[in-house]
Design a protein around this ligand. Structure first.
Ligand code: G3I
Length: 318
């Protein structure tokens, strides 16, 4: 029983993983990344972000993104594009440009249109908007919000739709796994946009979780978000712990992966799950949280951990 096969048996569209360009030089890593029994979908962790794709105004670079798309296509894996507009990993020319409303909107339109257009027909879904809310449900004070208010949201979505009419357009965020003000804010905005005829097709629930702290409301909340009319996906799943790992933490992590997969499984419109890389060797966690790690279902040596079998158990429903 392997992860993508089991997701398919549960009528999910895909089970997949993030990957990053430097990792593609590791042959054993690439062998497992290409294993379509486990992964039917890839997301680039960095190479489609703004700093990588438009480092200078109007100068686009798709080298890294193309490499990941080609890697996926060689194995018939579908792609999630990540991402069009985010306040992080933005080049200085955008953050420090001091553009007026009209100019910044045209920059957003051009960036989204060119990026999404470059990959037209090759990307299942785009995270058009990444992390636009604060935890209290207010809008993030990004250069985009500070300059344009919420206008950039519509501009980005419309430009993406125009550039690839068949790609699903997502709003992607963290800390919306359980019920709360941020999840409510996402649902409210998605409903408003849909009512206005602004194209938005999906909500990405990142799911960077902590061992023992999976929100008890997760399944109910996934259903709540899907009741906006948008589809829902778990887009960046990992479950980190404070090191060192112990048998108790391992056991809890295995249960937590089972709980999260079960929550998606039980909501029809939760269409897929993506790991934020499958191996601890290339996880973003130790670099971002000192003393934490072991968040992925495979260890540093590419061996399956009990967490892997927690995912299997979730899909099997035993
Ligand atoms: O490109 C430089 C390289 O030139 C330099 O030598 C190296 C030295 O540290 O840093 C490289 O940049 C790093 C970049 O990843 C590419 O590897 C940054 O320092 C590092 O901060 C950056 O981290 C990424 C992070 O987003 C940045 O916010 C992670 O790899 C990536 O997994 C992570 O992904 C995000 C999602 O996009 C959104 N949701 C949260 C998720 C986890 O933070």
């Amino acid at each position: 029983a392997q992860l993508a096969v089991l997701a398919g048996l549960n009528r999910k569209l895909y089970f997949g993983t993030a990957t990053d360009n430097p990792e593609l030089t590791n042959a054993s890593y690439v062998r497992q990344l290409s294993n379509t029994l486990d992964f039917h979908q890839l997301t680039p962790a960095n190479s489609m972000k703004w700093d990588a794709t438009e480092p200078e105004r109007g100068v686009f670079n798709f080298t890294g993104g193309d490499q990941i798309v080609e890697q996926a296509e060689r194995h018939g894996q579908i792609m999630r594009g990540h991402n069009c507009v985010w306040h992080s990993q933005l080049p200085d020319w955008v953050t420090a440009g001091n553009f007026d409303n009209e100019t910044l909107l045209s920059i957003v339109e051009n960036h989204c249109g060119t990026l999404v257009g470059h990959y037209k027909g090759r990307i299942y879904a785009w995270d058009v908007l990444n992390e636009i809310f604060n935890d209290d449900g207010t809008f993030c004070q990004s250069v985009f919000f500070n300059t344009t208010g919420t206008a950039y949201i519509k501009t980005a979505l419309r430009a993406a739709r125009k550039a690839d009419p068949h790609a699903k357009l997502y709003m992607n965020d963290f800390n919306i796994e359980g019920s709360g003000p941020k999840s409510t804010a996402v649902a409210t905005l998605v409903k408003e946009l849909r009512a206005e005829g602004i194209p938005i097709d999906g909500i990405g629930i990142q799911s960077h979780l902590i061992v023992g702290e999976v929100p008890t409301t997760m399944e109910r909340n996934i259903k709540f978000l899907s009741e906006t009319g948008a589809e829902v996906a778990l887009t960046e799943l990992d479950i980190r712990m404070t090191l060192p790992d112990t048998p108790a933490l391992t056991e809890q992590q295995t249960k937590d992966y089972d709980t999260v997969i079960t929550a998606c499984k039980n909501v029809d419109r939760c269409i897929g799950v993506t790991l934020w890389d499958w191996t601890d060797k290339f996880s973003w966690v130790p670099g971002a949280f000192t003393g934490q790690g072991d968040a992925c279902p495979w260890d540093n040596n590419f061996n399956k951990k009990p967490a892997y079998f927690g995912i299997v158990k979730g899909w099997l429903g035993q």
